[in-house]
Design a protein around this ligand. Structure first.
Ligand SMILES: Nc1ncnc2c1ncn2[C@@H]1O[C@H](COP(=O)(O)OP(=O)(O)OP(=O)(O)O)[C@@H](O)[C@H]1O
Ligand SMILES: [Mg+2]
Length: 465
């Protein structure tokens, strides 16, 4: 079925106007006729047109001015210019200004229809593209990872792109940001998904044991090694090994790991036989590895070998728009698990959660919701139900003590903090009434709102515009 495309035909010559309108109607378009630029604008204000076919030279407002109007006010409308003899240069200019195409007058019906056909295709293509982009934009989760913020979308795109490769991935981010979840997603979205995903926490195992955990050992290689044992690298053959807390690995083991990364080969502890496996490596750390490299605690060559594909997971406070979504998700999950009727979260409680800094990131949020599911009595979680620390902003710095340290000061950051704190304090004093808070700060209301938006500042219980 053909879409009812609407065309506005504009020409000061009554006969041409009638002729073109008639031909286009016959071809199945819906048309409107305007005998001047001014009339065209009037019609465009009243209804939407997909296309405009306009004469270039007209008394009063000419085609170029009309084009400029459409580019500014209805950029989605395609303008096709009809040019008289000797105005080719202007026609080219019109194209530069955004006209879709131009035709020399008198234009044959076929020619006009051909140009319109192309414009239609272009329009559909663009619509399709926009739709795809908006679907991408509105991705609320990937696998078990929840989040719609731009940084999370970027992470989803990254996982999609690199899961199928064998490249080594280094995931960095504070504790509880979801690094392990991402490592899982990398494995389960790869062709290795039917083979093992083998996680190992390099920080939780004493150094002496870690080597044999990772690389295995031969019988009798050390006291207690009664039989040969396969290491995690071998267990993860054709699968993925997840080296968690890689920053904790000792220097000696770093050397062995580096060799594996370079040659895919190693010897078991106490053995001489070389073992070769096909294991994909995903590593994670909440440490600043580059800093460890600078301090000499982490091998630089190993860092570069691991950091082939870096994925940085931002802390939760940098993606506050994910907080309601995550809260809802955990609320549902824990209510179902405990067979408790799912409660609602009041707007004030949600605002406080978005305001809180979440040092423990998503893990802390999940634990908080789990507790709220059990402990909240009513059917809605209120501000009062939240732990006290969530209802207040972090402690205010003592301004009089801010001085220039020997090694300098982060002036921008300090001023930013100062401003944020004063805004929040004013809001608190004003009981959340923005108008009053603005007065306390000597700002006008719109400036305050703009600042709050820019800084993503919210205040519990604040909903009055
Ligand atoms: N985006 C998310 N969507 C849903 N659940 C999440 C998300 N991020 C984290 N979680 C959950 O939060 C908890 C902590 O996540 P995870 O163990 O992946 O964090 P981590 O970065 O590995 O932390 P650590 O550095 O402490 O090991 C897990 O229960 C995980 O399922
Ligand atoms: Mg982890």
């Amino acid at each position: 079925m053909k879409l009812p495309f609407r065309i506005l035909v504009v020409d000061d010559e009554a006969t041409t106007l009638a002729l073109i309108s008639e031909q286009l109607r016959e071809a199945g378009y819906e048309t409107e006729a305007a005998s001047s630029g001014e009339e065209a604008i009037q019609k465009a204000r009243q209804s939407r047109f997909e296309f405009v076919v306009t004469d270039l030279s007209m008394p009063g407002m000419d085609g170029m001015e009309l084009l400029a109007y459409f580019m500014k006010n209805h950029p989605e409308t395609y303008v096709i210019m009809l040019t008289g003899f000797g105005t080719i240069a202007t026609a080219v200019e019109a194209m530069k200004q955004g006209a879709f195409d131009y035709l020399a007058k008198p234009a044959k019906t076929d020619e006009i229809l051909l140009v319109l056909k192309r414009a239609e295709e272009m329009m559909l293509l663009k619509a399709e593209n926009d739709l795809l982009r908006s679907q991408l934009k509105e991705r609320y989760c990937f696998d078990k990872i929840i989040g719609k913020s731009e940084p999370m979308q970027a992470i989803y795109r990254m996982i999609e792109r690199v899961a199928r490769t064998d490249s080594t991935v280094l995931i960095t981010g504070e504790s509880g940001t979801g690094k392990e979840l991402i490592a899982n997603a990398l494995h389960y979205n790869s062709e290795r998904k039917d083979k093992p995903f083998v996680p190992i926490n390099c920080g939780a195992i004493p150094e002496e044991l870690l080597e044999s955990e990772l690389f295995g050992h031969e019988k009798g290689s050390f006291t207690g090694a009664y039989r040969e044992r396969l290491g995690r690298f071998e267990l993860a053959h054709q699968g993925t090994i997840f080296l968690d807390e890689i920053g904790e690995m000792s220097y000696k083991l770093q050397v062995k790991l580096l060799r594996f990364l370079q040659e895919k080969k190693f010897e078991r502890v106490g053995g001489t036989r070389t073992v070769q496996v096909d294991t994909r490596i995903v590593a994670a750390t909440n440490k600043d590895l580059e800093k460890l490299v600078a301090e000499g605690a982490f091998r630089e060559d190993l860092f570069y070998r691991l950091n082939v594909i870096p994925i940085r997971v931002p802390p939760l406070r940098e993606r506050t728009e994910d907080i309601p979504l995550l809260a809802q998700h955990f609320l549902k999950q824990h209510s179902q698990q405990k067979d408790i009727l799912m409660k609602k979260i009041s707007r004030a409680a949600l605002a406080a959660m978005q305001n809180y800094l979440w040092p423990g990131n998503v893990r802390e949020l999940e634990n908080a919701i789990e507790r709220l599911v059990i402990l909240t009595e009513g059917d809605e979680i209120q501000l009062d139900d939240l732990p006290e620390r969530m209802c207040q902003r972090q402690a205010k710095p003592n301004f009089s003590s801010i001085g220039l340290e020997d090694n300098g000061i982060d002036l921008k950051g300090t001023l930013e903090d100062l401003e944020n704190n004063l805004i929040l304090e004013a809001l608190k004093k004003a009981g959340g009434v923005k108008n009053q808070a603005a007065k306390l700060l000597g700002l006008n209301r719109t400036t305050l709102i703009e600042k709050m938006k820019k800084k993503k500042l919210t205040y519990p219980g604040l909903f009055t515009e």
